[in-house]
Write a protein that binds this ligand. Structure first.
Ligand SMILES: [Zn+2]
Length: 731
């Protein structure tokens, strides 16, 4: 090879290499995009502008056929055939520009325009040559359709609207694939003269341009004459319309965690629209009663996916806090965690479904829970305690299960907001002392339903079945207005009301869906009358009514409800109907129940025993005293039977620490001591330490004001029976 040939081939190789590497890998590197959030099938839920304030949707892979046809007819008729540059039109443009002395006409192909949009350089002849070279390189890298998509994604549409998709939504309120011929033609023209979109200004010019393009499309055979004349009659777009805004909180969330991305969520847009219609209506109602915030979550039990998400239904009221996503915020859980505790104890065999639990005044180191109705029943079957959402039996259950163990259970079930220690929560954990988000808690309820229907079970199926069964009874009859509950659908649901009426919860589950509703004032105080059942319950049932009828037909669910567990998942055992325990020696009314296997190791009935040759059901005096008030059939033991406890302190229990706050005037309030006697008509004499304090009959209550320190209170009845208990006063 000659020297000249070597130099020549060297230059050629350098040019070739230069050509191959001249085009940046990512043409639009660094260009910021809008955050776009869609539903499960790609329908737009909402979007946010890009970081430069532009409505510029992330690039699409392809463009709809009508728009592609219109764009090619308008911009670059030989697009499908040329290699990125069109020599004929370049020659024509060159001639025109030279004649005019500056750049007048483009002569650019669509490919060259893509290059120009990506480089944003000055428009002159040199740049045009560079664009032409780069365009041929781009044609080697991308298909024609990909080049069209790049063009459509970055073309300017006037104002802060960039790209076909944003323009389609802003000017026509629909996605590009739904555009008519007239609309597609308009959007093909606009990037060429973006300012002509403004109403009034050069609208006639735009209209005639559009119709000329439509005529060309007719000529080319893209549309028939009827479609053509209809398209010519279409009006031009007016003011830009706002983008859709459904599931506002989700769009807001993704605009922060993954800005500039297109996010496909599991939400179903048709359902989301219906749920928002319901929550908007309820939110307006509730607002009049002082309840500002309402949120709702709908989940698919089988996939665990969120189908609808309303972070806060009060958006339209434009008040501080309306934008806060309360469905993801930690809130006091009220009674909403009680079913999990019942299920866990049942599964462990620590209680049976209807085991009698104490419902009497208690005081654990100063913690003295009350029931919602401030009443005590003495003793309640565990399932009924759950249905009625009684606080005192729940605290007994938590004591039995262990606070730390329950806390770990809640965390493993998916509660992400429990940041404090077991000691810090204490027994109030079960009464709303814990904070949880509606999203987490609805997810936990959904996972209970799923775990019943799949092979991976967190709890045994028998325990779950009894839990669902207790929850399908409407809870708290005193708290619910049945007229407000419109549904006849079977739902296992639980309500919760936090201390001070700040949070109202209703979470329900079927074999297919879980629905959670929260209402309250996210930033303010409580609202008297705000309760889970009355405030959140009706909203929850309205949402359940939207959902399709059951799709579940499997071994564990059918016809919209859970079937009984299979015979391998339980044992049958005889239980005492009155105590709910396993049958003891002297029990008389016997049930045969399916029970979790571990229940066989639980204690037999402690309340039936033989008295004077006859089986008797006898509760401890403290339970009996309250129990008798609702159970006229209960036969208490007459006094004078020395083997039985005659008297028992209802308050205080041995070792109770009583904290007495000092009043404003410096005085201290007295402590009410409370005693149960099997025969209330008996006279009882009271002693504090060694001093006589007074006597009682029928109602054995006495108010005393002991000094700080440790004390013993002793009572003696007319038969000489004694009972005493010790306690400590703290001031
Ligand atoms: Zn019994």
């Amino acid at each position: 090879m000659s020297r000249r040939a070597k130099i020549f081939s060297g230059i050629l190789a350098a040019l070739l290499a230069g050509y191959l590497f001249c085009l940046p890998r990512d043409l639009f590197k660094g260009v910021p995009y809008s955050t776009v959030v869609t539903d499960r099938s790609g329908e737009l839920l909402g979007a946010r502008t890009a970081s430069d304030g532009q409505w510029r949707f992330p690039p699409c892979d392809s463009v709809p056929a009508k728009y592609a046809a219109a764009l090619i007819q308008f911009e670059d008729r030989h697009f499908r055939w040329h290699p990125g540059v069109n020599p004929v039109s370049i020659a024509r443009a060159l001639r025109d520009n030279l004649k005019a002395g500056h750049v007048t006409s483009g002569g650019s192909t669509i490919t060259m325009q893509v290059i120009r949009m990506s480089r944003r350089r000055e428009r002159n002849l040199w740049q045009k040559i560079v664009e032409a070279v780069l365009a041929t390189r781009l044609e080697m890298r991308c298909s024609k359709d990909e080049i069209l998509a790049l063009y459509a994604s970055h073309a300017p549409y006037g104002g802060n609207v960039v790209g076909l998709e944003a323009a389609s939504w802003r000017y026509f309120g629909r996605p590009p694939q739904d555009l008519s011929w007239g609309e597609a033609a308009t959007l093909a023209i606009l990037p060429n003269s973006p300012s002509s979109i403004h109403p009034g200004r050069s609208a006639d010019k735009l209209l005639s341009k559009r119709n000329r393009l439509l005529a060309r499309l007719l000529e080319h055979g893209d549309l028939d004459s009827l479609t053509f004349s209809l398209a010519c009659d279409e009006p031009l777009p007016q003011e830009p319309s706002p983008l859709p805004s459904y599931a506002y909180s989700l769009t807001e969330h993704y605009s922060k965690v993954s800005p500039g991305r297109r996010i496909r969520t599991s939400v179903s847009l048709p359902l989301q629209k219906q749920v928002e219609a319901i929550t908007d209506r309820w939110s307006d109602d509730l607002d009049r009663t002082g309840v500002a915030d309402l949120s709702a979550v709908v989940m698919d039990v089988h996939t665990g996916e969120i189908l609808s998400y309303v972070g806060n239904a009060s958006l339209h009221r434009r008040r501080p806090g309306a934008l806060v996503d309360v469905a993801s915020s930690p809130r006091s859980t009220g009674s909403i965690l009680k079913p999990l505790l019942y299920c866990a104890l049942l599964d462990d065999g620590e209680i049976l479904p209807y085991t009698l639990l104490p419902d009497i005044p208690i005081n654990f180191g100063g913690f003295a829970p009350q029931n919602f109705d401030m009443q005590f029943s003495g003793a309640v079957p565990a399932a009924e305690a759950l249905t009625r959402s009684l606080n005192v039996p729940s605290v007994h259950m938590l004591r039995r299960y262990g606070v730390e163990r329950f806390l770990n259970l809640l965390r493993s079930l998916g509660m992400t907001t429990l940041g404090r220690s077991a000691d810090d929560y204490g027994l109030s954990l079960i009464l709303g002392g814990a904070e949880g988000s509606l999203k987490d808690i609805t997810g936990i309820y959904a996972s209970l339903s799923k775990s019943y229907q799949t092979d991976t079970t967190f709890f045994g199926r028998t325990a779950l079945w009894y839990t669902f069964d207790a929850l399908k009874e409407l809870g708290r009859p005193d708290e619910i207005d049945l007229r407000l509950v419109r549904s006849v659908r079977k739902v296992a649901w639980k309500t919760g009301t936090s201390y001070g009426f700040r949070d109202a919860w209703a979470v329900g589950v079927t074999p297919d869906y879980a629905v959670g509703v929260w209402a309250g004032n996210a930033q303010g105080g409580g609202v008297p009358g705000l309760t889970g059942a009355r405030t959140a319950g009706p909203v929850m049932f309205d949402i359940f009514n939207l959902l399709p009828a059951s799709s579940t037909e499997n071994a564990y669910a059918s016809g919209g409800w859970f079937l009984e567990p299979g015979p391998k998942e339980y044992v049958r055992a005889e239980t005492c109907r009155q105590s709910g325990h396993l049958k003891g020696l002297y029990c008389t009314d016997i049930d045969t129940l399916m029970l979790p296997r571990r229940a066989l190791h639980s204690d037999p009935c402690p309340y039936h025993r033989e008295v004077d040759g006859e089986p008797r059901f006898l509760l401890p005096p403290s339970m009996e005293w309250y129990y008798r008030q609702n159970h006229p059939e209960y036969r208490p033991l007459k006094a004078k039977v020395t083997s039985e406890k005659i008297m028992e302190f209802i308050y205080p229990h041995p070792g109770t620490i009583i904290k007495i706050p000092r009043q404003l005037d410096g005085s201290v309030r007295g402590v009410v001591f409370n005693l149960a006697h099997r025969d209330p008509s008996v006279k009882v004499w009271w002693h504090l330490d060694t001093s006589y304090m007074g006597e009682t009959q029928y109602i054995h209550q006495l108010t005393l004001t002991p000094a700080a320190g440790r004390h013993t209170i002793t009572v003696v009845d007319s038969a000489g029976n004694r009972e005493s208990t010790t306690f400590t006063i703290e001031q």
